[in-house]
Design a protein around this ligand. Structure first.
Ligand SMILES: Nc1ncnc2c1ncn2[C@@H]1O[C@H](COP(=O)(O)OP(=O)(O)OP(=O)(O)O)[C@@H](O)[C@H]1O
Ligand SMILES: [Mg+2]
Length: 666
C-alpha cells in the first residue's frame, strides 16, 4: 500500500478555518500550516477556543493537499464528521465538521481559500519547532501513546488490548480516504454488503479492520504477532492481548463494583440514572475510586478517559447513548459486548464502540425495562420495550442469545417521513403517491408488504396520513410507532403477559375489540397471526379503507402469507373460500423493498382483481420499479413505470371527485 504522508509544506502555507460556536457566533481565521495545528482552550494552542467545554489541548489537525488528519488529544473526545475520536486520528476531507466542546471547526479547501483570500491577518501563532515532515510524533507508529496503554484507555472505543496503545494508523496508511471514509481496498475486516460505500464516513474500526495496529517500530503488528480472522472479519488477537484485555476488564469491573457501593446505584430507581444531575455525582465517585486504586492502574492509562468511559457505562444507556443522540443513525444493534452495529443512511456499519462485558449490556437492558414494570432474566429472556422517546427496543439474553445479550433499537423518527420526502428520496414517484393517496381517500383496503426494515411502517404512517380528518381512526400496534396527525385517532397497543403469565392482549384481541368501537378506519401495524382473518372479515363487512402491513417479499408472496395467516385464525375454511375472502377484501398490495445499497422503494403497486378459474388469486401490477443496473458507486439504478393497466376502481375516483375532468387518472 502506498504511503500517505502529510506534508503541508509542499502545497500551501496557510489554511482558512471557519469556526462556529453553539451560541451562534461565527468567525474565520487563517492559520499557518507549517506544523500541526493544535486546537484547544490553552493559550499555547494555534487555534484557541475559549470555553470550559473545550479541553486545554483538544485536538491536533494536520493539513495535506487533499485531506486533513484530525487527532483527538482531549478528555472527552472530538467529533470528526460523525465519528467520535478518542485519542485516535483519522483522515477526513476538507470541510468535515470538527466538534470540540461547544465549537464546530471547518477547515476550508486550501486552493479555494487561497484563491479567495491569500493573506488575511490571522492572529495565529507559528510553531517553528515542529517537524515539517511526517511521520509526526502524533501519527507515527505510536499514535502518541506508549505501547500497551491503549488496553485501558481505549477499551470503550473497541480497540484490542495491547493494540490500541500502539496507536492509530500507520503513518501514511490513513485508514480512510478523504471523501470516502471507508476502508481502503484490502484492509478488510468488514463483511460484504456492510459498506465501503463511497461518501460514507466510517468510524475507525480498531480490531475490526480499518486501522492497522503497529508495533513500536512502526511495523504492522500482524507481522509480529499471530492474528486470526474471527467473526465479522474482526481480528482476534494473541493470548497476550487477550490476557491484557481480561486484566483491563477485571479492573473496570472492580471499579464499577466500588462505584455501586459508593453511590448505592444498585438500589437507585432506574429512572434516576437518566437524570443529568447523576453524572457529576458518578464522576466525582469515580475520581475518588480511581484515586484510591491508583497503584493498581497502569501508569500509562489516561485517568480522565477511563473515568469518562466508566461513567458512560454506569448511566443511562451507556455507550449506546451517543448513537441515540445521533440523528443520522436509525438503528442500533448490539450483537455481543464487543460488537455493535449501527444503521446509517440505510447501511449497516460496525461501530467502534463496545461494552466492557455482558453484565454491562444486561444492566442497560434492565435500565430500559425495569421502569416499565417488566423483567428480563433466564426465565423470561426476551423482551420488547420502548424507550422514552418512543424508539422500539428488543432485547434477548442468555440462554436464548448464545453469544451474549443482544439489543436491537429501531429509533423513533422524531419528524416522521412524509410522502413528499419519500418522493424526494426517489422511494416512489409523484403519480404513484397520488394514486395511493386517492386510493386511501376512496376507502380501498391496502396491504403493504415488505421484508424486515424495508419501510412498511413508514409507508403505513404516510398513507394513513391521507385518511380524511373527519373520520374516526383506530390504530392497533405491538409497539405504537404510528404518528397520525388527524384529530380523531384512538391508538391501541398490545400488552404482553404479566409475570404470572396473565393479562396478555394480542393484536387479534384488539382488532376484535376495535370493531365495537365504531371505527371508520382500522389501521393495524402488522398482521402476523390470526388477526388477518378478523381483518378480512371486517373489510368484507363494511369496514372499508383499512390499512395494514405484512411480511413478504412480493405481492404474490403477500397473498400466500395472508392465506397462511387466515388459517392461523382457527376457522376451518376451504382454501377457495379463503381466497374468495382475500380477493373480495384486499384491493391493493403495495410492495416495499429495501435494496442492497440501503435504499428503500415502493417496488410494486398491484391490484387484486379476483380469483381465477384455477382458483388462484389474480393480481395486475399498476406500477412497478424496474431495476436496470448498478452505478459506479454501487447504487441501484432503475425506473418506476406505470404498466398501462388501469385499476378497476378508477370510476370511484371520478365519482368521488378525486379525479377532475381533464386530469390524468394515474
Ligand atoms: N423510503 C425510505 N427511504 C429511506 N429510509 C426509509 C424509507 N422508508 C423507511 N425508511 C427508514 O427505514 C427504517 C425502517 O423503516 P420501518 O420501521 O418503516 O420498516 P419496517 O418494514 O416497518 O420494519 P420492521 O419489519 O422492523 O417493522 C426507518 O429508520 C425508516 O426511517
Ligand atoms: Mg414495522
Amino acid at each position: 500500500m502506498s504511503a500517505r504522508t502529510v506534508d503541508p509544506a509542499h502545497f500551501t502555507s496557510q489554511v482558512q478555518v471557519f469556526i462556529q460556536s453553539d451560541d451562534g457566533l461565527e468567525r474565520n481565521e487563517v492559520l499557518p500550516t507549517g506544523a500541526p495545528i493544535s486546537i484547544g482552550r490553552h493559550q499555547s494552542c494555534v487555534l484557541r477556543l475559549d470555553s470550559d467545554l473545550v479541553s486545554r489541548q483538544h485536538c491536533v489537525v494536520e493539513v495535506a493537499p487533499d485531506f486533513i488528519r484530525i487527532e483527538d488529544v482531549s478528555t472527552n473526545g472530538t467529533m470528526a464528521g460523525d465519528m467520535l475520536l478518542r485519542r485516535q486520528a483519522v483522515d477526513m476531507p476538507y470541510g468535515t465538521p470538527i466538534v470540540c466542546g461547544n465549537f464546530t471547526v471547518y477547515f476550508l479547501n486550501p486552493q479555494m481559500a487561497q484563491a479567495a483570500s491569500p493573506h488575511q491577518g490571522s492572529g495565529a501563532r507559528r510553531n517553528p519547532g515542529m517537524p515539517m515532515e511526517m511521520p509526526s510524533p502524533h501519527m507515527g507508529g505510536m499514535g502518541g501513546m506508549q505501547p500497551g496503554m491503549g488496553a485501558m484507555g481505549n477499551m470503550g472505543m473497541g480497540m484490542q488490548p495491547g493494540m490500541g496503545g500502539m496507536g492509530g494508523m500507520q503513518p501514511g496508511m490513513g485508514g480512510m480516504q478523504p471523501g470516502m471514509g471507508g476502508m481502503q481496498p484490502g484492509m478488510g475486516g468488514m463483511q460484504p454488503g456492510m459498506g465501503g460505500m463511497p461518501g460514507m464516513p466510517r468510524p475507525p474500526t480498531h480490531g475490526h479492520g480499518g486501522m492497522v495496529p503497529t508495533s513500536p517500530q512502526g511495523q504492522p503488528r500482524a507481522q509480529h504477532a499471530q492474528q486470526i480472522q474471527g467473526q465479522h472479519g474482526a481480528q482476534i488477537t494473541t493470548p497476550e492481548m487477550i490476557a491484557k484485555r481480561e486484566k483491563d476488564v477485571g479492573l473496570r469491573r472492580q471499579i464499577h463494583k466500588l462505584l455501586l457501593e459508593h453511590l448505592d446505584l444498585a438500589t437507585l430507581d432506574a429512572s434516576k440514572l437518566d437524570d443529568p444531575s447523576m453524572r457529576p455525582k458518578v464522576l466525582g465517585a469515580l475520581r475518588r475510586i480511581v484515586g484510591q486504586l491508583d497503584t493498581q492502574i497502569p501508569p500509562e492509562v489516561e485517568r480522565d478517559l477511563l473515568i469518562g468511559e466508566l461513567a458512560d457505562e454506569a448511566l443511562g444507556l451507556g455507550p449506546l447513548e451517543r448513537f441515540i443522540a445521533d440523528p443520522s443513525i436509525s438503528e442500533i444493534m448490539v450483537v455481543d459486548p464487543n460488537t455493535i452495529y449501527i444503521e446509517r443512511g440505510g447501511k449497516l456499519v460496525l461501530s467502534e464502540t463496545r461494552f466492557t462485558d455482558d453484565d454491562r449490556v444486561r444492566s442497560v437492558i434492565e435500565r430500559i425495562v425495569t421502569p416499565l414494570g417488566r423483567r428480563i432474566d433466564e426465565s423470561s429472556p426476551l423482551v420488547d420495550a420502548r424507550l422514552k422517546d418512543g424508539s422500539r427496543v428488543n432485547a434477548v439474553i442468555k440462554p436464548l442469545a448464545l453469544r451474549g445479550s443482544c439489543i436491537t433499537i429501531r429509533k423513533f423518527a422524531k419528524t416522521p417521513l412524509t410522502l413528499d420526502k419519500l418522493i424526494g428520496f426517489g422511494a416512489l414517484t409523484a403519480p404513484m403517491a397520488q394514486f395511493l393517496t386517492r386510493s386511501v381517500i376512496a376507502k380501498k383496503n391496502i396491504v403493504i408488504s415488505g421484508g424486515t426494515g424495508s419501510g412498511k411502517t413508514t409507508l403505513l404512517n404516510v398513507l394513513s396520513g391521507a385518511i380524511p380528518s373527519e373520520e374516526r381512526i383506530v390504530t392497533i400496534e405491538d409497539a405504537a410507532e404510528l404518528q397520525l396527525s388527524q384529530p380523531h385517532v384512538v391508538s391501541l397497543e398490545t400488552r404482553p403477559a404479566n409475570l404470572e403469565g396473565k393479562g396478555e392482549y394480542t393484536i387479534r384481541d384488539l382488532v376484535k375489540n376495535s370493531l365495537r368501537m365504531r371505527p371508520d378506519r382500522i389501521v393495524v401495524g402488522e398482521c402476523r397471526g390470526g388477526e388477518a382473518l378478523d381483518m378480512l372479515q371486517a373489510m368484507n363487512t363494511g369496514h372499508d379503507g383499512s390499512l395494514t402491513t405484512t411480511h413478504a417479499n412480493s405481492p404474490v408472496e403477500a397473498i400466500a402469507r395472508i392465506e397462511t395467516l387466515v388459517l392461523m385464525g382457527g376457522i376451518e375454511l376451504p382454501v377457495r373460500a379463503i381466497r374468495d375472502q382475500i380477493a373480495g377484501a384486499v384491493h391493493l398490495i403495495v410492495q416495499q423493498t429495501r435494496f442492497a445499497d440501503g435504499s428503500r422503494r415502493v417496488s410494486a403497486i398491484s391490484e387484486v382483481t379476483g380469483v381465477g378459474d384455477e382458483g388462484t388469486i389474480e393480481m395486475r401490477p399498476i406500477f412497478e420499479f424496474i431495476r436496470t443496473g448498478t452505478d459506479a458507486k454501487g447504487k441501484v439504478v432503475g425506473d418506476f413505470r406505470a404498466t398501462g393497466y388501469l385499476p378497476s376502481y378508477l370510476n370511484d375516483f371520478i365519482v368521488m371527485g378525486l379525479v377532475k375532468r381533464g386530469e390524468k387518472y394515474l
